[in-house]
Design a protein around this ligand. Structure first.
Ligand code: FES
Ligand code: MG
Length: 575
C-alpha cells in the first residue's frame, strides 16, 4: 500500500536531515521559476520517452503537455522527466535485450524522485511492458498512456501501413514481383505519421493488454497518435493520475490474477502478437505470478478472434478505433471476462463496459457468429523439441501447414542463415521445415525477432509464400506464417533444438499441440550428451548482467533478480 500524496516532501532524506533535504529540493526547483504556491501540492511524474531515434513516440511532447494540463486542472503539479526510449528498428542487437534496462531505469527514477503518482507514456513495442514492470516494482500509483497508432498511408491507390505491409512488399521484392523503383517508392508510404505500428503488432497488442488489464483508461488503446481523441485521453489520464495519487491506488492493487486472465483472453480475441506472452509473463512475474502456458492455450480454445486487423485480418488500428475500440471488443466477449476486477479509472471493468458502446462496425469487430477464427490467436505446443513450451500464432498460419511433417533444413545461427538461405545451392524444398538455432534469450542474445525466417530465395521465386519454420526466437507481431516460436529451453543453453540435424524429420501438429523431432529418446539424449554447452558471459557491463540474469521465454526474459523470490500464483486462471 502506498502512502497518500506528499508532494515534494515524499520520503527522501538524501542529506540525512529531512528538513534540509526538502529545503534544498525546493531551492533548486525554484531555480526553474516555481513559486511556493505551485510546489505545495501533490506531484505527478510524467515519463517523457521522446527520442530522435523513436518516431513511434514523436507525439510525446504534445502528450506531456496534455497530461500536464489534466494534472494542473486537478490541482496537482506535473513533473516530466526522461527515461531511456526504445525503438524496434534502432536497437542493437534487438530491442528485447534493452527492455529490462528500461524497466530498471523506470523503476529507479520513479523511486528516486518525489512523486505521488506517475503517468507512463510509452508505445513502441518494448516500452509499455518495460514501464509496467518498472512501475509495478516501484509501487507508486501509476497509469499507462500509450502514444497511439500511426495513420495509414497510400501507395498507388491502396491503403498501406507499417509493418505487415512492409513485410509483404519486401517479400514481393525478394520474389522479383516488384522492381527497385516500386520498393523505394513504397518506402516513403508505409509509415503515414508518428505513432506506433498501425496493425495488430506488438505495440497495438500491448496497448490493448494494458487497457484490458486495467492499467490504462478505458478506450485509450486505439486512438491514433495524431488525433484530438489521443490528446483528450492524455488530459483525462493526467486528471485521473491526481485522483490515484490521493487514493494511493498503485498497479499492484489494480492488476490481479483475474485481470491478467482477462488480458490473455483479449490477446486471443484481438489476434495479438506472440511477444505479448513473453511480456505478460514478465509483467505478471513482478507481482509474484507465474505463467501457466497450458492455461494460455486452454483460454484460446473457447476465445474467438474477433478483431479483423492485419496480420490476422485486413484492417488497421484507426479502423478499430472508429469501430468502437477495445471496450466494444470486450463487450462482445464479456461472458468470458471477469468483470469485477478494478481498473485505474477507479471503477470495475464491468462498470466500464456498461458505460461503453457496442461495436459500430461488425466487419472490424466481428460478432460471435462470424469470427475471424473460432478459436484464439495463439496455441501452445509441447513435445520433445520444446519440453518447456513453444508458441504458434495459429491465426496467422497457413491452414494447410498446421498438420505437417517435413525434412529439417538446419541453420546453426543467424549468420549461418544469412550466408546460405539465398544460395541457389541450398538443398531445400517447399515441404521442408526450416530450423534456426541460437536466437533465444541467451543465444543471440535478446531473443531477436529473427524467428520470421525468410522463405529461401529459390523457393520464393517459385511462388512459395509459407513454410513451417521453427526457432527459439521471437517474431514481430506484424508478421505472418506457419512459424513455431519461443522453443524452450533454447538451444544455446542445451535445449533439444540444439540436437536437430539436417534431414531429421520434424512433425508439427496443431490439433495435438505438439512439435517433435522424429528420433528416439535415446538418440536425442545421446546427441545432447555429446554437445558441449558453453555458458555465455561477457567481460563487463550490461551485457554481463543480461547474460547472467536473463530467464527463459516462459519466465518472460525478466532478470531473475528483478522478480520476487516467491512466484507461485499461476496465471492465467482457467475456471
Ligand atoms: Fe515502434 Fe512498430 S516500430 S511500434
Ligand atoms: Mg514489432
Amino acid at each position: 500500500m502506498t502512502t497518500p500524496a506528499q508532494g515534494l516532501q515524499g520520503g527522501l532524506t538524501n542529506y540525512g536531515d529531512a528538513g534540509f533535504s526538502l529545503f534544498l529540493r525546493k531551492a533548486f526547483i525554484k531555480g526553474a521559476g516555481y513559486t511556493d504556491h505551485a510546489l505545495d501540492r501533490p506531484v505527478v511524474g510524467i515519463i517523457n520517452t521522446t527520442s530522435g531515434f523513436n518516431p513511434c513516440h514523436g507525439n510525446v511532447p504534445q502528450l506531456v503537455e496534455a497530461v500536464s494540463r489534466g494534472v494542473m486542472l486537478s490541482g496537482a503539479l506535473p513533473m516530466a522527466f526522461p527515461t531511456i526510449s526504445i525503438h524496434e528498428s534502432f536497437s542493437q542487437p534487438t530491442s528485447m535485450y534493452l527492455r529490462n534496462l528500461m524497466s530498471m531505469d523506470t523503476e529507479e527514477m520513479i523511486r528516486a524522485q518525489p512523486m505521488d503518482a506517475v503517468v507512463l507514456i510509452g508505445g513502441c513495442d518494448k516500452t509499455v511492458p518495460a514501464q509496467l514492470m518498472g512501475a509495478i516494482s516501484a509501487q507508486v500509483p501509476a497509469i499507462q498512456l500509450v502514444t497511439g497508432p500511426m495513420l495509414t498511408g497510400g501507395h498507388r491507390g491502396t491503403v498501406v501501413g507499417a509493418c505487415t505491409d512492409c513485410r509483404m512488399f519486401w517479400g514481393k521484392y525478394r520474389a522479383e514481383e516488384i522492381d527497385e523503383e516500386e520498393i523505394s517508392e513504397v518506402n516513403s508510404r508505409l509509415v503515414g505519421s508518428v505513432g506506433t505500428c498501425g496493425v495488430m503488432g506488438t505495440a497495438s497488442t500491448m496497448a490493448c493488454i494494458a487497457e484490458a488489464m486495467g492499467a490504462a483508461l478505458p478506450g485509450s488503446a486505439t486512438a491514433p497518435a495524431v488525433t484530438a481523441d489521443r490528446m483528450r485521453l492524455a488530459e483525462m489520464t493526467g486528471t485521473r493520475a491526481v485522483e490515484m495519487a490521493r487514493e494511493g491506488l498503485s498497479l499492484d492493487q489494480v492488476i490481479s490474477p483475474a485481470s491478467v486472465t482477462n488480458a490473455f483472453r483479449i490477446l486471443h480475441a484481438i489476434g495479438g502478437s506472440t511477444n505479448a506472452v513473453v511480456h505478460l509473463a514478465a509483467v505478471a512475474g513482478r507481482l509474484g505470478y507465474k505463467l501457466d502456458l497450458d492455461a494460455v492455450d486452454e483460454l484460446g480454445r473457447d476465445t474467438p478472434v474477433l478483431v479483423d486487423l492485419k496480420p490476422s485480418g485486413d484492417s488497421y488500428m484507426q479502423d478499430l478505433h472508429r469501430a468502437g475500440g477495445l471496450p466494444a471488443v470486450m463487450r462482445r466477449i464479456r461472458h468470458l471476462l471477469d468483470l469485477d476486477v478494478m481498473t485505474v479509472s477507479g471503477r470495475t471493468l464491468g462498470e466500464e463496459l456498461d458505460a461503453a458502446h457496442d461495436a459500430y462496425d461488425d466487419t472490424i469487430i466481428r460478432d460471435l457468429e462470424h469470427p475471424v477464427s473460432p478459436t484464439g490467436g495463439i496455441a501452445v505446443l509441447r513435445g520433445n523439441l520444446a519440453p518447456q513450451g513453444a508458441i504458434l500464432k495459429q491465426s496467422a498460419a497457413s491452414p494447410e501447414l498446421v498438420e505437417h511433417t517435413g525434412r529439417a533444413v538446419v541453420f546453426e545461427n543467424s549468420r549461418d542463415m544469412a550466408e546460405r538461405i539465398d544460395s541457389d545451392d541450398l538443398d531445400v524444398m517447399r515441404d521442408d521445415v526450416v530450423v534456426l538455432k541460437s536466437i533465444g534469450p541467451v543465444g543471440a542474445p535478446g531473443m531477436p525477432e529473427a524467428g520470421y525466417i525468410p522463405i529461401p530465395r529459390k523457393l520464393a521465386r517459385q511462388g512459395v509464400k509459407d513454410m513451417v519454420r521453427v526457432s527459439d526466437g521471437r517474431m514481430s507481431g506484424t508478421a505472418f506464417g506457419t512459424i513455431v516460436l519461443h522453443v524452450s529451453p533454447e538451444s544455446a543453453v542445451g535445449g533439444p533444438l540444439a540436437a536437430v540435424r539436417n534431414g531429421d524429420r520434424i512433425r508439427l501438429s496443431l490439433s495435438e499441440r505438439s512439435i517433435n523431432v522424429e528420433i528416439s529418446d535415446e538418440e536425442l539424449a545421446a546427441r545432447l550428451e555429446s554437445m558441449e554447452v558453453v555458458p555465455r558471459s561477457a567481460e563487463r557491463g550490461y551485457q554481463r548482467l543480461y547474460l547472467e540474469q536473463v530467464t527463459q521465454a516462459e519466465d518472460g526474459l525478466d532478470f531473475a533478480f528483478l522478480q520476487p523470490a516467491e512466484r507461485e500464483t499461476p496465471v492465467p486462471v482457467v475456471k
